[in-house]
Write a protein that binds this ligand. Structure first.
Ligand code: NZQ
Ligand code: ZN
Length: 388
């Protein structure tokens, strides 16, 4: 491992069936005003809302509800949340939902007391926080983003056709997160598999970068093998606790900053996927699955030895009697077969992208330089075309 780094993850996790009871321990650490943030109503249908409210009541908290956080939370919703948080001087933001709800809670936590426009400050100018931060806690109901243990907060601005993630520092990470795998049982299959692919892509984004012998790459190969194994079980039986709990735990480790330490990372699939998301508002994981294979097949020659290693160590391709190119290609074919088996969206047309949108999606794609090939906007457009 050649990179230097510091490492600290301040989020306290409570993991496993029944872990919501630990909300009792956490609530006693904060003041009486709690802002309860949630999405479009799934938590009311599956009973999680009632369970959380009953614990809040036991602790005599005054609850300010902020419902209706949409998938891919918008900047307009962010302004609304900031007003609720600031007007009521809330002591804690409790997010109950998936990545969108957790991301939004973090965005509100840094924006409520921001003296300038938070969209401009944090998303267009990428400035650091220099105002009061409201503590955030999460009760996770959807697995994939890793938002429960990181500083990411992705916000969409439909008017400007931009979907941007700000990765905040440790001071913005959730103070605690409660992960009960059973809370994810009511997820529709479409969301479950989108989340599974989001996890896979978080790992490959960090794996396909760098040339050094790095412990993180070995950890990621293990995480990927476990994910492939458990996701096949969860597909057949979504209520297999062992499989769902493994998937939940892999999601957290895939993006809680550990495996990125001391190495370069890529993130171009996410950059292209986010630009697609800004134009289509499509489900995050599906924007990634739709463009991934075209991207990886394009950059494979530039990182051939890593793609060969991926094929052998993750997809168990037998390397005997084959060229490096053949081994790498076989790995990506196995990945494609796996993705089709899950039922992921494999093209952009299905997400509502049309030919005349390609150049502008490419134009709005942020180019990162950590992967095996720094792309031009023309190359992004070609990858988008191949993904139609
Ligand atoms: O809104 P509700 O009614 O809760 O329904 C949600 C939503 O429709 C539903 N859902 C969640 N838990 C459920 C459930 N339905 C039934 N039962 C349950 N237990 O699922 C739908 C999707 O939820 P959402 O939170 O949008 O999904 P996800 O967790 O994939 O989050 C996506 C957002 O996270 C961002 C994405 O860009 C996107 O905006 N990301 C955040 C990252 C981070 N913080 O590091 C990194 C990721 O790469 C990603 O960009
Ligand atoms: Zn993602």
């Amino acid at each position: 491992m050649l990179g230097n780094f510091s490492y600290c993850n301040p989020t306290k996790l409570y993991f496993g069936e029944g872990s919501l009871k630990y909300l009792n321990d956490e609530l006693s650490k904060y003041g009486e005003k709690v802002m309860l943030v949630y999405g479009g109503g799934s938590i009311k249908k599956n009973g999680i809302y009632d369970q959380v409210m009953s614990i809040l009541k036991t602790h005599k908290k005054t609850v300010f509800e902020d419902a209706g956080v949409m998938p891919n939370p918008t900047v307009e919703k962010l302004y609304e949340g900031c007003k609720i948080a600031k007007d009521n001087s809330v002591d804690l933001i409790l997010a109950v939902g998936g990545g969108s709800v957790c991301d939004y809670a973090k965005a509100v936590s840094v924006s409520a007391y921001c003296e300038s426009d938070p969209w401009k400050k944090y998303y267009l100018k990428m400035e650091d926080v220099n105002n009061k931060i409201i503590p955030v806690g999460c009760v996770l109901t959807m697995v994939g983003t890793g938002s429960e243990m990181n500083g990411g907060a992705v916000i969409t601005n439909h008017e400007q056709k931009l979907k941007i993630g700000h990765v905040f520092g440790e001071n913005v990470f959730p103070k605690f997160s409660i992960l009960d795998p059973k809370f994810t049982y009511t997820l529709p299959k479409y969301q479950m598999i989108a989340g599974i692919y989001d996890i896979m892509n978080h790992i490959t984004e960090q794996y396909f970068s760098g040339e050094d012998d790095n412990t993180s790459d070995y950890i990621m190969e293990g995480l990927l093998r476990s994910l492939i194994h458990s996701s096949k079980i969860a597909m057949k039986n979504p209520e297999d606790y062992e499989a769902r709990s493994n998937i939940m735990w892999i999601a957290t480790w895939a993006l809680n900053t550990l495996v990125a330490k001391g190495k370069a990372t890529d993130w171009m699939v996410h950059m292209i996927g986010q630009s697609v998301g800004a134009f289509t508002d499509a489900t995050h994981g599906m924007t990634l699955s739709a463009v991934s294979l075209a991207y990886y097949r394009y950059i494979c020659p530039f990182g051939l030895s890593k793609f060969k290693r991926f094929a052998v160590n993750v997809w168990s391709v037998d390397p005997n009697g084959k060229t490096d190119e053949q081994i790498a290609a076989e790995g990506l074919s196995r990945m494609e077969e796996y993705m089709r088996g899950l039922g992921l969206v494999m093209n952009l047309t299905e997400l509502g992208v049309t030919e005349n949108m390609i150049d502008v999606i490419a134009e709005k794609t942020l180019i990162m330089d950590g992967g095996y090939k720094v792309l031009s906007k023309y190359e992004v457009a070609d990858i988008l075309k191949s993904s139609m």
